[in-house]
Write a new protein. Structure first.
Length: 322
């Protein structure tokens, strides 16, 4: 084995802050929107629209991910995906990512390499890149990502525009991550179709801008669960939203996994978080763009119902729940 082929066993503290930054950023291809990338006091990203969409998410070890369930590449992809789905939910396209990493000096440098590789992989899937960030010492592995986006001349699609008579529609899958979480919590590592969905969500990035082009009146990404996140739309818009279970697909694979675990697949679909699907409302006359399926209606009133009735179970995830 040549010296070049030997594994790098150095820790983060042995490589050092600037050596680690070089490992993460060197020889990486930036998107055209990056006018000045990593290496200066700040990055410069084009904003041809004159408006910048910005969002931030923080992921903390043992709250948002577990390293005995997910590898560093999975965690890197997930950290990027949960941010870029918010950009898509505004009807924008991503233009750059700023990443803050806090970790112990005892982590291996190769762990950070894999984490960064996952971030770059997911960024490329969405057509963007990492333009800058920071690295600090921390007792708990913490990843903070700020995503930037471009509306391309369109108005932002907010949570507050739904109107009675609109169609509620979905892009992406629901329930997969919740099923994977339950499988992992039971001590299993398969089936990979659901375990993989929990480790790495796959937001339908292109569906957000296409919904905006088609005249979507409101939109949100599903991070805490369909019913919980639609409650935000109902409150912001001053309307009621009714989800129809005869329109909401429960995939056969989820039914099989639920049967094996003695669980309820429909509950996963209605309340499972972290799939990062998109749900939007559209005027009925506008029709739905490709990739979107109707799942309900906007009505006068308030709150969210399922088949015309209040949902009896617990809806979605909340931090600091009592």
């Amino acid at each position: 084995m040549t010296p070049e082929e030997r594994p790098d066993t150095r820790t983060v503290s042995q490589v050092g802050e600037f050596g680690l930054i070089r490992r993460v950023t060197d020889d990486r291809r930036q998107p055209e929107s990056t006018l000045l990338g990593p290496g200066d006091d700040a990055a410069v990203v084009s904003a041809s629209d004159s408006r910048v969409v910005a969002t931030t998410d923080v992921l903390v070890q043992n709250v948002h991910f577990r390293l005995d369930w997910s590898g560093p590449r999975h965690v890197g992809r997930k950290a990027v995906a949960v941010n870029l789905s918010d950009i898509a939910a505004m009807g924008a396209v991503p233009t750059g990512l700023l990443v803050g990493l806090g970790c112990s000096g005892e982590f291996s440098a190769e762990f950070v390499d894999e984490l960064a590789a996952g971030m770059w992989e997911e960024a490329r899937r969405a057509g963007t890149g990492l333009v800058g960030g920071d690295m600090v010492t921390a007792t708990e592995l913490t990843i903070s990502v700020t995503a930037l986006g471009d509306l391309q001349g369109r108005p932002p699609v907010t949570r507050g525009g739904a109107r009675p008579g609109d169609v509620v529609a979905l892009a992406g899958g629901l329930g997969w991550s919740a099923a994977g979480l339950e499988v992992l919590a039971r001590g299993f590592r398969s089936p990979l179709s659901v375990v993989g969905a929990h480790r790495v969500p796959e937001p339908p990035y292109g569906a957000g801008p296409s919904a905006a082009e088609a005249g979507a009146t409101s939109m949100i990404d599903i991070s805490d669960g369909l019913l919980a996140d639609l409650e935000h739309v109902a409150t912001a818009s001053g309307v009621s939203l009714d989800i129809r279970t005869d329109q909401l697909e429960v995939p056969q694979r989820l039914l099989e996994v639920a049967s094996a675990l003695g669980a309820d697949a429909r509950h996963w679909v209605l309340n499972g978080g972290e799939d990062q699907a998109l749900v939007a409302t559209f005027p009925e006359a506008a029709g739905l763009p490709d990739g979107w399926s109707p799942v309900g209606r906007v009505l006068a009133g308030e709150g969210v119902t399922v088949d015309g009735a209040e949902y009896s179970g617990e809806a979605g995830w909340r931090h600091w729940r009592q």
